[in-house]
Design a protein around this ligand. Structure first.
Ligand code: ADP
Ligand code: MG
Length: 251
């Protein structure tokens, strides 16, 4: 037997995803294999239609592959029943989407508490953890605002807090800055950088070079295949600063 090494956060082998049947069949993923180690910061890049969202949805347990295996934190997702899968999705993976996906007419605080409600955590504990997550994204002064009372950048920071509140092994973000202006993009990327510096594992999907340069590793997809997988030096120079009042509390 080989000595057990550290368990990677993600271990993906020969992942294939096909949509449709017969002539309409699309092979969105054609055999993806990769490992993501704890603490890594990975950007997945590729043209529209190259399979990025398909891969993210499978890694986040929102969809199932046609074939292939993948382990999250050592758990073989294909062998889990519905209940185990729901627990994994809720506790081990945090999602950030391009379109924020916050629940309207619910405060930022209530949105961030929601994954903990599903996770069966008591109310006082939920509130304390949600407030701490909102502090991490610099929104302590906006906790009672509803999504439509927040800017796009602030809404996305609430979504990051919601993704973080369960302390997941992995943060998955699909084009998280795709709907944001330059200043808000800088804010969200600064938060991601900070989270990674404090040990959080991040996989971010983007087609923007300016976003990908924040990552430590870049994987490029073409037509559902990995064509490039390289390490890169972290972005040079200090990250863009948040406005004074919104600044994320020091770690
Ligand atoms: P990306 O996120 O890189 O733009 P996607 O993963 O969304 O790419 O799509 C990869 C390919 O799979 C595309 O050809 C797309 O048209 C196809 N596809 C994605 N979702 C579906 C679906 N639900 N049904 C059929 N084809 C799909
Ligand atoms: Mg996509």
């Amino acid at each position: 037997m080989t000595a057990p090494g550290p368990v990677p956060v993600l271990r993906v082998r020969d992942l294939v995803k096909e949509y449709g049947e017969g002539d309409a069949r699309v092979r969105a993923l054609r055999g993806i294999s990769l490992d993501v180690e704890r603490g890594d910061y990975v950007a997945i890049m590729g043209a529209s239609g190259s399979g990025k969202s398909t891969l993210m949805n499978i890694l986040g347990c929102l969809d199932i592959p046609t074939s292939g295996t993948y382990l999250i934190d050592g758990a073989d997702v294909g062998r889990l029943d519905e209940h185990q899968l729901a627990i994994l999705r809720n506790r081990r993976v945090g999602f950030v989407f391009q379109s924020f996906n916050l629940i309207p007419r619910m405060s930022a605080l209530a949105n961030v508490e929601l994954p903990l409600v599903y996770g069966g955590i008591g109310q006082a504990d939920r509130r304390a953890r949600a407030l701490a997550a909102l502090e991490q994204v610099g929104l302590t002064d906006r906790v009672h605002h509803e999504p439509n009372q927040l800017s796009g950048g602030q809404q996305q920071r609430v979504a990051v807090a919601r993704a973080l509140v369960t302390a997941p092994a992995l943060l998955l973000a699909d084009e998280p800055t795709g709907n944001l202006d330059t200043a808000s993009t800088g804010d969200v990327l600064e938060i991601m950088d900070r989270l990674n510096e404090s040990g959080r594992t991040i996989v971010i999907i983007t087609h923007e070079d300016d976003v990908a340069k924040h990552a430590k590793r870049v994987i490029r997809l073409v037509d559902g295949e990995i064509v490039e997988d390289r390490r890169q030096a972290p972005v040079d120079g200090p990250p863009p600063r948040l406005p004074e009042k919104d600044r994320v509390a020091a770690r």
